[in-house]
Design a protein around this ligand. Structure first.
Ligand code: NDP
Ligand code: 2IT
Length: 446
């Protein structure tokens, strides 16, 4: 078995040199899915995984724009259309200086499995740019978004490819992107998700990823006759996912001790309550300031510059910032301090050796493609509402989100339940694979 996996990975590696994040995501899937494929006659010998790791289409383009000093700036834009076997390409756009082909291919690959798990008809894609929105004026962000969409618009469409937000792309950016698409196409359509509620957006979409990850963690705990009440929670990030994960933890009676950004983390031993969270939302979403400002307002809290929050004692850790933010040492520290549950809000925030340590120690560990699927799931519900030309209430959307997260949990149990331990990595990868593979087999070699 090991030989087959190694051979497969070396073949993929040959074609994808210098793409470490993509290879990291592919390796995790290969290690769990290949042992399953070899036991199934319908999949064996069909090279399905080899087809899945090859994007259906990769688009890369120049984004030129003029900054406030009238200087010409040039960024690179991308869209990876990874797999459309079960529906149109669907996935976010990331604007961050670190964006490159490897990062977007890993995100697009993960998205294929995640979207399959949601039970909704969405294929997988991802895009973005190395543009850094930090420190840019609103009008600079608008001009960049307009230039970006002036190329992207010809590749996307409500039945073709439907982008959404991710790091650096929130409601403001989706607004500017949508405005430019509408102008170029002279068409008001559901081409993007995460839109404002008054112009085609869904209620609960901003909250969905953060709420969803907490619903998923609640499912894990319930499966062990436990719950979130009075649990100590450590969260990283302070953006969209972190904020709403915090809100839902508070609602469910847990105590959130930390949040972070790329400059460090805050530790509030009294817990971040609703009022403090409201302050953080204003700080991050409106003032677009740094998390360190928190201790000026709440001097009893601590700020740890250039550090990550994983050394703080907790029951549950929810990494919600970015990939590979939790390494082996951090995982050891969490274990030493008695942490029992790790639910990923971000995509691939735990390094492979950290994940292996969690699995070896039977930590309840939920990979992002299962636990953070709530965001794209509600994007799918936004698409459904756009098609119906109708809107559902908060309660209806939240109810559907809860049901979807519970169904994803059941799918993980179906394929990942090993006697006394649920391996959610194995469960999520095989469940996602089966759905996409069956569709690919039905559609022939294309
Ligand atoms: P935001 O841009 O709203 O927030 C990102 C947060 O992570 C910020 O606090 C940011 O700090 C921090 N961060 C980003 N990059 C780094 C880095 N390289 N090092 C340290 N900190 C960093 O993004 P989201 O909350 O939307 O996304 C967070 C994660 O969740 C990502 O992995 C994303 O792919 C994933 N995700 C998002 C979904 C969504 O619906 N938005 C859905 C599913 C997954 P700073 O401001 O200092 O950069
Ligand atoms: O990683 C993700 O699932 C997202 N950024 C959300 C994608 C979407 O289409 O809503």
């Amino acid at each position: 078995m090991e030989k087959i996996i190694k051979q497969f990975l070396s073949e993929v590696n040959k074609k994808n040199q210098n793409e470490p994040e993509f290879m990291q995501a592919v390796t995790e899937v290969a290690e769990t899915v290949i042992p399953y494929i070899v036991t199934k006659d319908i999949y064996y010998g069909q090279n399905i995984l080899l087809r899945m790791v090859e994007p259906e289409r990769v688009i890369s383009f120049r984004v030129a724009w003029i900054d406030d000093n009238e200087e010409i700036q040039v960024n690179r834009g991308y869209r990876i259309e990874m797999n459309s076997a079960i529906g149109p390409y669907k996935g976010g756009l990331r604007f961050h200086p670190s964006v490159n082909m490897s990062i977007l291919k890993f995100l697009a690959f993960e998205q294929v499995f995640k979207n399959a798990l949601t039970t909704l008809p969405m294929g997988g894609g991802k895009g973005g740019s190395d543009f850094d929105p930090k420190g840019k004026s609103d009008t600079e962000v608008m001009r960049f978004c307009q230039s970006f969409m002036t190329e992207l618009f010809r590749h996307i469409g409500p039945n073709k490819d439907i982008p959404a937000g991710d790091i650096g792309v929130g409601g403001r950016e989706i607004g500017y992107l949508f405005g430019q698409y509408k102008r170029l196409k002279n068409e008001f359509s559901g081409v993007l998700t995460g839109k404002g509620v008054s112009w085609g957006g869904s209620l609960i979409r901003p909250e969905a990823t953060g709420y969803g990850v907490v619903y998923f963690i609640d499912e894990i705990l319930k499966n062990n006759s436990d719950g979130l009440k009075n649990k100590l929670v450590v969260i990283s990030g302070s953006g969209n996912v972190a904020q709403y994960a915090t809100e839902k933890c508070i609602d469910m009676g847990a105590k959130v001790l930390t949040l972070s950004d790329s400059s460090g983390y805050i530790y509030d031993k009294d817990g971040i309550d609703k009022e403090k969270l409201e302050y953080i939302m204003e700080l991050k979403n409106i003032k677009r300031d740094r998390i360190s400002e928190y201790i000026k307002k709440y001097p009893k809290a601590e700020f740890h510059s250039n550090k990550k929050p994983w050394s703080v004692k907790c029951d549950i850790a929810i990494p919600c910032a970015t990939e590979n933010e939790l390494d082996l040492n951090a995982a050891k520290e969490l274990l030493k301090n008695g942490c029992k549950t790790v639910g990923e809000g971000a995509n691939m925030p735990c390094k492979s050796d950290a994940v292996n340590l969690f699995l070896k120690n039977k930590i309840q560990y939920a990979p992002g493609k299962a636990s953070n699927a709530g965001g794209v799931a509600v994007s799918g519900l936004e698409m459904a509402q756009n098609s119906l030309k109708y809107t559902w209430s908060r309660e209806v959307v939240d109810g559907k989100l809860k049901e979807i997260m519970s169904d994803i949990h059941s799918s993980c149990l179906q394929y990942g339940n090993d006697k006394d331990y649920v391996n959610y990595v194995k469960g999520a990868n095989i469940a996602g694979f089966v759905k996409v593979a069956d569709a690919m087999l039905a559609q022939g070699v294309v």
